[in-house]
Design a protein around this ligand. Structure first.
Ligand code: NAD
Length: 372
């Protein structure tokens, strides 16, 4: 395996391999781009079949974070880490503290958070060794569960997408099919219900749906029927890859706008299929950026009210994406990538002054006062 050849295609800045035999740590920290600020992204713990697979995942995910931070207007770059191991068996205080010392060694070029396979308690061990960690509990001054802020951003994004598709952002009386009744969907359904939307919701677990039905006027549909609901909006809030050859022909909606990551099974193919079917797609990493906005707020002293207000800006971000897509006759997911890349390119020339997180905190403060 030629490591540098793997970094070149997407222009990754730095990859750090972390190893400690005593505690059984094997981790890779990938920093894709720090033009806008230090790289922030979670630490995934996964039973990768090979080191190569782990590296590929770290490279892919860190690049995604660059785009998500850029589109959200944050002064952050893109990074992600992977720990090779079984999150059910291999976790220990010593593992995460050792990992925390590697994060500390990067001196703020990379700031971590929880991700698949890691949780708040793991990040609290990391925090014993480094201040470059977010996603810790509210009791320790952290931001806690990001779902309310993600849901607020998705709600704003649904309204923006409906405005683009129909000329009105009112959701009163609009029919919306929500796939998944988990953390984000539960808060989202409350916003939709308060505005008088007609909600159809599904989940593979009955108790999750019951919680939504108890707090809203939503109607239950079976998981396999969610695609064919006669709805104005389809909001995927469960899994990735659900916009594909099989599901696109079934959809009756005008708009797809929801929280799930990696909704398009194949970006190019399925993004274009949606355009052909006249369905407007809200790019997933733009509409669900509330989660990142939430942890970014933690870096300067967390206030949920500020994070929620910042998540409302997703409305304007999506309107900008749609304007580019309309003007340049390109699918919305390409317009979103372009907007993110243009922002980075404009700042690229001052990259050398960004040394670490202390600069970042000042710049996030600046953004919060100017950017609303
Ligand atoms: P969650 O695990 O709490 O909820 C997901 C729900 O989907 C679960 O209740 C699960 O039972 C259900 N589900 C799984 N397969 C299903 C299927 N085939 N049909 C119907 N329901 C199914 O997760 P969450 O935190 O609410 O996140 C939802 C999505 O949003 C995920 O894709 C996540 O990556 C993404 N996201 C979440 C956040 C956040 O702040 N939590 C931020 C950004 C993106």
């Amino acid at each position: 395996m030629n490591i540098f050849d793997q970094l070149l295609p997407d222009d990754h800045e730095q990859v750090t391999f972390c190893s400690d035999k005593t505690v059984g740590l094997r981790a890779i920290i990938a920093i894709h781009n720090t033009t806008l600020g230090p790289a922030l992204g979670g630490t995934r713990m996964w039973t990768y079949a090979s080191d190569d697979e782990a590296l590929r995942d770290a490279l892919r995910l860190s690049k995604g974070m660059t785009y998500k931070a850029a589109i959200a207007g944050l002064n952050l770059g893109g990074g992600k880490a992977v720990i090779i191991g079984d999150s059910k068996k291999d976790k220990s205080e010593s593992l995460f503290r050792t990992y925390g010392r590697f994060v500390e060694g990067l001196a703020g070029r990379y700031i971590t958070a929880e991700d698949v396979g890691t949780d708040v308690s793991d990040m609290e061990f990391v925090r014993m060794e480094t201040k470059y960690v977010t996603g810790i509990s509210q009791a320790l001054g952290g931001s806690g569960d990001p779902s309310p802020v993600t849901a607020r951003g998705v709600y704003a994004g649904i309204k923006a997408t409906m405005h683009e598709a129909t000329g009105s952002d009112s959701l009163k009386g609009k029919k919306i099919a929500v796939q998944g009744a988990g953390h984000v969907a539960r808060y989202l359904c409350e916003h939709l219900n308060n505005e008088g939307a007609k909600i159809f919701v599904t989940d593979i677990f009955e108790e999750k749906v019951k919680a939504v039905l108890a707090s809203t006027k939503a109607e239950y549909v079976k998981p396999e029927d969610i695609y064919t609901v006669d709805a104005d909006i389809f909001a995927p809030c469960a899994l990735g890859g659900i916009i594909n050859d099989e599901t696109i022909p079934k959809l009756k909606c005008k708009v797809i706008a929801g929280a799930a990551n990696n909704q398009l099974l194949d970006q190019d193919k399925h993004g274009k299929m949606l355009v052909d079917r006249g369905i407007l797609y809200a790019p997933d990493y733009a509409i669900n950026a509330g989660g990142l906005i939430n942890v970014a707020n933690e870096l300067e002293g967390y206030h949920q009210a500020r994070a929620l207000k910042q998540a409302d800006s997703i409305y304007d971000i999506l309107k900008q994406i749609f304007a580019i897509a309309r003007r340049e006759h390109i699918p919305t997911y390409i317009a979103s990538n372009k907007l993110a890349e243009d922002r980075i390119a404009k700042i690229g020339r001052i990259k050398q002054i960004y040394a670490g997180a202390s600069n970042f905190v000042g710049r996030l403060g600046e953004m919060n006062t100017k950017g609303k």
